[in-house]
Design a protein around this ligand. Structure first.
Ligand SMILES: [Zn+2]
Length: 135
């Protein structure tokens, strides 16, 4: 049974409400609502002078929450030749189609061209990985 605080209308005490189940034979027919201080019985739940619970004070506000820390800067990788549309890899070399010269995957380039970050060869369709050497 949960303790429910009341301010009894009869005795005026700051006390607890007793709930006693009422049975008719084996059938529970109701509940008696009784002041634990004076024994006054309340007619119904609506009749009980429940003690109004103070709303617990808000200790923390949104302003106290630390701002989300981004551990990885996504922009960091975005200009690497590896992610450039002009980056071509074959078993012998890594090549920039734009500058017509050999490059490293980790090179950066001012002519970087976004390829959407997809590791698929559009000529061969989806789900066919390019033959890119792992970094
Ligand atoms: Zn009472």
């Amino acid at each position: 049974m949960k303790a429910v605080e009341i301010i009894c209308r009869q005795c005026g005490a700051d006390t607890l409400l007793n709930r006693e189940a009422v049975y008719d034979g084996f059938t529970r027919t109701g509940e008696r609502l009784i002041c634990s201080g004076c024994g006054f019985e309340y007619a119904s739940e609506e009749d009980v002078p429940f003690k109004v619970q103070q709303a617990s004070p808000q200790v923390f506000t949104d302003a106290d929450r630390s701002t989300k820390i981004e551990v990885f800067d996504e922009g960091e990788n975005q200009r690497l030749c590896r992610y450039c549309a002009n980056y071509i890899v074959n078993p012998f070399t890594q090549f920039c189609a734009l500058r017509k010269k050999e490059v490293q995957a980790t090179d950066t380039c001012e002519n970087f061209s976004e390829c959407g970050g997809l590791d698929v060869n559009p000529a061969l369709g989806d789900n066919v990985p390019l033959t890119r050497t792992p970094l």
